[in-house]
Design a protein around this ligand. Structure first.
Ligand code: CAA
Length: 260
């Protein structure tokens, strides 16, 4: 598909999605949302040999500076709830995508931008990345699940502080809080994300998808994550890749997985 606000490229089985609104600090407008939705529901699932996805922002200043505040004009309760619900749905698609999705955070990651990064399975920050949930400055709460995922990632005390003060934190602090997985030199975020995805790409794809499901199930109040793990373990035991993985171990060679 020809995207208007995303650039999607493929290399080595990895899709890199660049939010391409540099002049607006890659603010997440309706077009970005509908294009992300298209990628994660149509284009991504249709790729046969996809092993992972990287999301980053165009330019050197921002990953995404939040929801597009200029689209907030004329919001009422009904429209705001629909906007929030839609954002939740798209970010759930990312969180539940069966291939690993890594945010390569190259600059400001604020409000909806921080929420997008948190919906990804991992986050790599460049040294100049800045994180925050500044919605209380605008008279709002976060709307794309920032109040929920920030707690999941860094715990209630620090999440409460960041959400209430709207403080912006630097990459090193984000690392010490567990908000990001790695901090790298500025400009190296995508390369580091790719290195991790290449490693995961050598593993059994169905097992990778089940790990994502099981980890997500822990946070799903309607699911029993322990039960989900038992079932996943059972399902995977009947896959060709499990037979190959165990055989390769015994034969002291690298397994060749087929995703079957
Ligand atoms: N929405 C729309 N436009 C934005 C934007 C946003 N979230 N953030 C930045 N921009 C635009 C600016 O309006 C400006 O455009 P113009 O040149 O046309 O005026 C351009 O990007 C550059 O921004 P600044 O001149 O402000 O750049 P700066 O370096 O002085 O400041 C910044 C950078 C600190 C990130 C500042 O832009 C800022 O505070 N942005 C808003 C951050 C924010 O409040 N995000 C939360 C949004 S609400 C939300 O996300 C709710 C939700 O959960 C659903």
């Amino acid at each position: 598909m020809d995207y208007q606000s995303l650039i999607v490229t493929y290399e080595d089985g990895i899709a890199t999605i660049t939010i391409n609104r540099e002049r607006a600090l890659n603010a997440l407008n309706k077009v970005v949302f509908s294009e992300l939705r298209h990628f994660f529901s149509v284009e991504g699932p249709a790729q046969e040999n996809l092993s992972g996805v990287i999301i980053t922002g165009a330019g050197e200043k921002a990953f995404a500076a939040g929801a597009d505040i200029k689209e907030f004009a004329g919001l009422n309760a009904e429209k705001a709830m629909a906007l929030s619900q839609y954002g939740h749905e798209v970010f759930f698609m990312i969180e539940q995508f069966p291939k690993p999705v890594i945010a390569a955070v190259n600059g400001f990651s604020l409000g909806g931008g921080c929420e997008l990064a948190m919906a990804c399975h991992m986050r790599i920050a460049g040294a100049k990345a800045r994180f925050g949930q500044p919605e209380v400055n605008l008279g709002l709460t976060p709307g794309y699940a920032g109040t929920q995922r920030l707690i999941q990632l860094i715990g209630k005390s620090k999440a409460m502080e960041l959400l209430l003060t709207a403080d912006m934190i630097k990459a090193d602090e984000a690392l010490s809080l567990g908000l990001v997985n790695h901090v790298v030199e500025q400009g190296e975020e995508v390369a580091k994300a790719k290195e991790i995805l290449m490693k995961i790409g050598t593993k059994a794809p169905l097992a990778v998808a089940k790990v994502i499901e099981c980890v997500n199930a822990y946070f799903d109040k309607t699911a029993d994550g322990f039960e989900h793990e038992v079932k996943s373990f059972g399902l995977l035991a009947e896959t060709e890749d499990f037979v190959e993985g165990a055989k390769a171990f015994v034969e002291k060679r690298k397994a060749v997985f087929k995703g079957k």
